[in-house]
Write a protein that binds this ligand. Structure first.
Ligand code: NAX
Length: 326
C-alpha cells in the first residue's frame, strides 16, 4: 500500500476543523487509496479540544488514517508535510479596527510561513482559508523564500461553489454541467463571480438564463452576501461548506480538475492587469499536481470595474501590512 501523505491543518479545534478532519481521514482529499497522517496545530488553550476531536477520529476507525500529531508549535506541525491547510486565524473581536485585524493575522502568518519554509516538504501545497485569506496567503508566501511562490494559494472555492449553485438553480441545469465559471479577486464581498464565459453542454449559460439584470442585481450581490446570510440563519459562520470548498480546492490541485475551470487565489504573474505577486482569485485548470491560469479572457467595462474594485481592496490590505514584511 501507499506511504501515508502528511496533511497539516491549523485551527483544528475550530468549527471548520471539525467539518474538515473527518473528510480528510475518510479519503475525500487525496483519494480512497491514499493513507494520511494528520498534523493538527492549534493554540495551547485549544489543545484539550483538539484531543477530543482526535478521540472522535479514533472512534471512526478510518482505514486510511495512519496517525495523528497534535501540537501548538508551527515547526512541528509543518514538519515534512505534503499539504498544509491553514484555517486558524484571529477573528475580529468587538471594537477591533480593520488595521488591527490585518496586523494580528500578519503576525500569525509570518510565523507560519517561516515555519513552512523551514520544515515542510519542498513540494508542499499550502491553502490559506483563515481570513483575510488572500493577504494571509501573501504574507505566508513572502515569509517562505525557499519555497516556490506557486506553493501558496488562498481559498476562493467557496465563492465559486456558491456561484455555481445559484447559477444552476436559475438556469434549471445540474451544477455538474456548468463549465467555465470564474471568480476573480479577493475572498471578500468584493470578489467578482463572472458567468460571462460559462457554458452548459456547449451552450452559453447567459443565453439559457437570458436575464442580465438578474446577474447584476441579484446574483453578484447574493454571492457576496452569502456568508452573512449563513451567519444570520445559523448564528455561526459557514463551516461544512467552507470545509467542503477546502477539500475541493486541494483535491483538484493534487489530483486534477478534469479539464474544468476552478477558481483559486494564486500569486499573479502580472496578467489581467494584476501586479505580479498579488494573491488574486483567477480561473485555473489543474492537472499533474499543478495549476495553469486560464489566459486570454477579455473584459467589458462592467467586468473591468469589478476587477478593479477587488484589486484596489487587496492593494490596500497589502499596503497596511507592508511594514511587517520588510
Ligand atoms: P473558529 O473560531 O471556530 O476556529 C478557529 C480555530 O483557530 C480556533 O480553534 C483557534 O484556537 C485557532 N487558532 C487561532 N489562531 C491560531 C494560530 N495562530 N495557530 C493555530 N490555530 C489558531 O473559526 P472557523 O469558523 O473554523 O473559521 C476559521 C477561519 O476561516 C476564520 O478566519 C474565518 O473567517 C475563515 N473562513 C474563510 C472562508 C474562505 O472562504 N476563505 C470561508 C469560511 C470562514 O469564514
Amino acid at each position: 500500500s501507499k506511504t501515508p501523505m502528511r496533511v497539516a491543518v491549523t485551527g483544528a479545534a475550530g468549527q471548520i476543523g471539525y467539518a474538515l478532519l473527518f473528510r480528510i481521514a475518510n479519503g475525500d482529499l487525496l483519494g480512497k487509496d491514499q493513507p494520511v497522517h494528520l498534523n493538527l496545530l492549534d493554540l495551547p488553550q485549544a489543545l484539550p479540544a483538539v484531543k477530543g476531536v482526535v478521540m472522535e477520529l479514533d472512534d471512526c476507525a478510518f482505514p486510511l488514517l495512519a496517525g495523528v500529531t497534535i501540537t501548538d508549535q508551527p515547526k512541528e506541525a509543518f514538519k515534512d508535510v505534503d499539504i498544509a491547510i491553514l484555517v486558524g486565524a484571529r477573528p475580529r473581536s468587538k471594537g477591533m479596527e480593520r488595521a488591527d485585524l490585518l496586523t494580528a493575522n500578519a503576525e500569525i502568518f509570518t510565523v507560519q510561513g517561516k515555519a513552512l519554509n523551514e520544515s515542510a516538504k519542498r513540494s508542499v501545497k499550502v491553502l490559506v482559508v483563515g481570513n483575510p485569506a488572500n493577504t494571509n496567503a501573501y504574507i505566508a508566501m513572502k515569509s517562505a523564500p525557499d519555497l516556490p511562490a506557486s506553493a501558496f494559494s488562498a481559498m476562493l472555492r467557496l465563492d465559486h461553489n456558491r456561484a455555481l449553485s445559484m447559477l444552476a438553480a436559475k438556469a434549471k441545469v445540474p451544477v455538474a454541467e456548468i463549465e467555465k465559471l470564474a471568480v476573480w479577486g479577493n475572498h471578500s464581498p468584493t470578489m467578482y463571480p463572472d458567468h460571462r464565459y460559462a457554458t452548459v453542454g456547449g451552450k452559453k449559460l447567459s443565453e439559457l438564463i437570458g436575464d442580465e439584470a438578474w446577474i447584476k442585481d441579484t446574483f453578484i450581490p447574493d454571492v457576496a452576501k452569502r456568508g452573512a446570510a449563513i451567519i444570520e440563519a445559523r448564528g455561526q459562520s459557514s463551516a461544512a461548506s467552507a470545509a467542503n470548498a477546502a477539500i475541493d480546492h486541494v483535491r483538484d490541485w493534487v489530483l486534477g480538475s478534469d479539464g474544468k475551470w476552478v477558481s483559486m487565489g494564486i500569486p499573479s504573474d502580472g496578467s489581467y492587469g494584476v501586479p505580479e505577486g498579488v494573491m488574486f482569485g483567477v480561473p485555473v485548470i489543474c492537472s499533474g499536481g499543478s495549476y495553469t491560469r486560464v489566459e486570454g479572457l477579455s473584459f467589458d467595462a462592467f467586468s473591468q470595474e469589478k476587477v478593479k474594485v477587488t484589486l484596489d481592496e487587496l492593494n490596500g490590505e497589502r499596503e497596511a501590512i507592508a511594514h511587517l514584511l520588510a
